[in-house]
Design a protein around this ligand. Structure first.
Ligand SMILES: [Ca+2]
Length: 141
């Protein structure tokens, strides 16, 4: 084989590997789930399993509320939110604020209050009223 082709081939392969490493590292940095967030700021410390649940629920809430929600909200997410313990509910608020408050300019509680749930089933609006009252009772602002 021609030496030139081997050299070009080796250089191309090296370049591809370097690009893949850069893309991989950039992707890792952008993923907000990599951020370390303290979920133990109220009451009983959460187990690792509940901590992961709280983080994934915060992400689901952000994804669901972020947008016009012309066809309403995903009921299951808010039902899950309403079933959390006090510690978990405050943890969701903390995780949400740590990850998304800077971008949205609203705290979790502020966003819940400003979001329109009245186009959903009326039970969803009732659930949200209970959740925002609980958050206030737990000292969240
Ligand atoms: Ca929305």
């Amino acid at each position: 084989m021609d030496k030139k082709i081997i050299v070009i081939g080796a250089l191309s392969l090296t370049l591809i590997i370097v690009i893949l490493i850069i893309v991989y590292k950039a992707g890792k940095k952008k993923d907000p789930s990599q951020t370390e967030i303290d979920t133990d700021t109220y009451g009983t410390p959460l187990t690792e399993e509940r901590k992961q649940f709280v983080i994934s629920l915060s992400d689901s809430l952000y994804k669901d509320m972020n947008g016009l929600n012309t066809f309403g909200h995903e009921d299951g997410i808010y039902e899950a939110l309403s079933l959390l313990s006090d510690s978990e509910l405050v943890a969701v608020s903390n995780v949400f604020n740590a990850k998304y408050e800077q971008d949205s300019g609203e705290t979790f509680l502020q966003w819940l209050r400003n979001e329109t749930f009245s186009w959903d089933s009326f039970t969803n609006q009732d659930i949200m009223n209970v959740i925002t009252s609980r958050l206030v009772g737990l000292g969240v602002s």
